[in-house]
Design a protein. Structure first.
Ligand SMILES: [Zn+2]
Ligand SMILES: [Zn+2]
Length: 451
């Protein structure tokens, strides 16, 4: 009988970039196929990347992608020394839509089916459209909690979890050697914590032989102010209700739970929220899935859409992409924002700070930095951000809830699920998992482990 094996091509000694191959009998399935946040930084910079036209060639040159036969698309292999062959894998399962779990799908053979939650599908479609990051025309199949996908002899059960993005799942995988639990990314302090709890309960019941667990926060580099999502809401509300100035907020573009929090705070203070067309487009997509319950930017009067000057600089329709034009019925410009500062909360990320020059916020306005603090004190972007805020006399607030479990929550989860073996992924500190007293396999990239 064939062995049941796990091979980790990414997410090894790093946060993100998960690429996990499970083989069982004739089944060969990947769980996630993301890009690591630090990928290629020894050879490339943020403004100098691998040559797009050359497909995988530049990636292979520096060993940035594994050379696996029967996995990649013909186009991506065109200039490489790896010859194309028909896919010898069955499927890719995505835990959620974050870049570090999905971005390298673009290299994969377009014949390979991709299974994901419907929220993930909507997210990816929106990102492809608004950020020009094509992932290829894979045959997608969406799932929900309660479904079971059979890829003989495997059976894969997706179960929803709470993370910082809707449509996030963990998996229970039935193999011929017993059950494997894969957490994806998850947290226990978010607005949908009961979903994570449900996942943990199901994982306990299945008595897994192995657990592949994320470990983003198993050790934190330096103490960070971390709140729960409801604390972020409470504290943002204190800021918004205590001022008659405009409040700017920045959060990760895909951290749509944070948008919801800020939207609710704005609404309960009788303010409208100003968002950029890209977020409006994403919301419009997510409205298609009623389970996700997001406001419709074209129907909800609390939402306004900010248009910055482009091309002619006169805000005519032709200046904008077709997908942006839909939102012109909700259009506000810098002038509108400047004139209505006390009635607005504005979603403004660092790369749009130029707009502050036109908006001319009143002295003593507020800025909520609702994402994680920079990793080092010398972070250039962080310094530049503070220079801008100081220039405009805007008060800075740090308010963030992580999308990941704390160390204690992780340890408790593993204790409860009680797997025979733990394979830590998505962590810089896999050895720390040994503290759980469970057999911990400190994985190596590309090495195959037999169950
Ligand atoms: Zn991740
Ligand atoms: Zn994630």
């Amino acid at each position: 009988m064939d062995a049941t094996t796990l091979t980790f091509y990414g997410g090894v000694n790093e946060i993100g970039g998960n690429k996990i191959l499970l083989k069982d009998g004739k089944a060969k399935v990947f769980f996630d196929f993301g890009q690591s946040f630090t990928m290629g930084e020894d050879f490339f910079t943020s403004s100098f990347g691998p040559r797009w036209i050359c497909g995988l060639k530049d990636y292979f040159e520096f060993g940035l992608m594994p050379k696996i036969k029967g996995l990649y698309s013909e186009k991506q292999l065109m200039y490489t020394d790896l010859s194309y062959s028909r896919p010898s894998f069955d499927a890719v399962f995505l835990s959620h839509a974050h870049f570090d779990h999905t971005a390298h799908l673009r290299f994969i053979d377009e014949k390979l089916p991709v299974f994901c939650g419907s929220g993930t599908k909507l997210f990816l479609e929106s990102m492809e459209k608004t950020t020009f990051t094509p992932l290829g025309e894979h045959p997608y199949q969406t799932f929900r909690t309660g479904d079971a996908i059979e890829i003989d002899p495997l059976k894969v059960e997706p179960i929803h979890v709470d993370h910082s993005i809707p449509g996030a799942y963990g998996f229970i995988i039935h193999t011929s050697k017993g059950k494997i639990v894969y957490t994806g990314d998850l947290r226990a302090h978010g607005p949908k914590r009961e979903m994570t709890e449900e996942f943990i309960e199901k994982a306990c019941e299945c008595k897994p032989v192995a657990m592949i667990s994320e470990g983003t926060r198993i050790v934190e580099k330096r103490p960070r102010a971390n709140y729960s999502e409801s604390e972020v809401k409470e504290k943002s509300n204190e800021i918004v209700s205590g001022t008659n100035k405009i409040v700017f907020v920045t959060h990760h573009g895909r951290d749509i739970d944070r948008f919801r929090t800020i939207y609710e705070v704005a609404k309960q203070n009788g303010r409208k929220i100003v968002i950029f067309p890209r977020l409006a487009y994403l919301l419009k997509k997510l409205v298609e899935d009623e389970h996700l319950d997001f406001p419709d930017p074209l129907k909800d009067n609390n939402i306004l859409v900010y248009f910055r000057r482009k091309k002619t600089g006169t805000f005519i329709e032709e200046d904008y992409y077709l997908w942006e034009r839909t939102f012109m019925q909700r259009m506000v410009t810098a002038d509108d924002v400047r004139e209505n500062q006390s009635g607005l909360v504005m979603d403004l990320d660092f790369y749009q700070f130029g707009e502050l020059i036109d908006i001319k916020p009143d002295r003593g306005s507020h800025f909520i930095h609702s994402m994680s603090e920079p990793f080092s004190e010398e972070d250039i972007e962080d310094q530049v951000m503070h220079n801008w805020l100081n220039h405009f006399k805007i008060k800075f607030h740090q308010l963030h809830a992580s999308g990941h479990m704390s160390r204690q929550e992780l340890m408790e989860m593993i204790e409860r699920i009680n797997p025979k073996k733990v394979f830590p992924v998505h962590t810089e500190n896999p050895a720390f998992f040994k503290k759980t007293k469970k057999k911990t396999v400190v994985i190596e990239k590309g090495k195959t482990y037999t169950l």
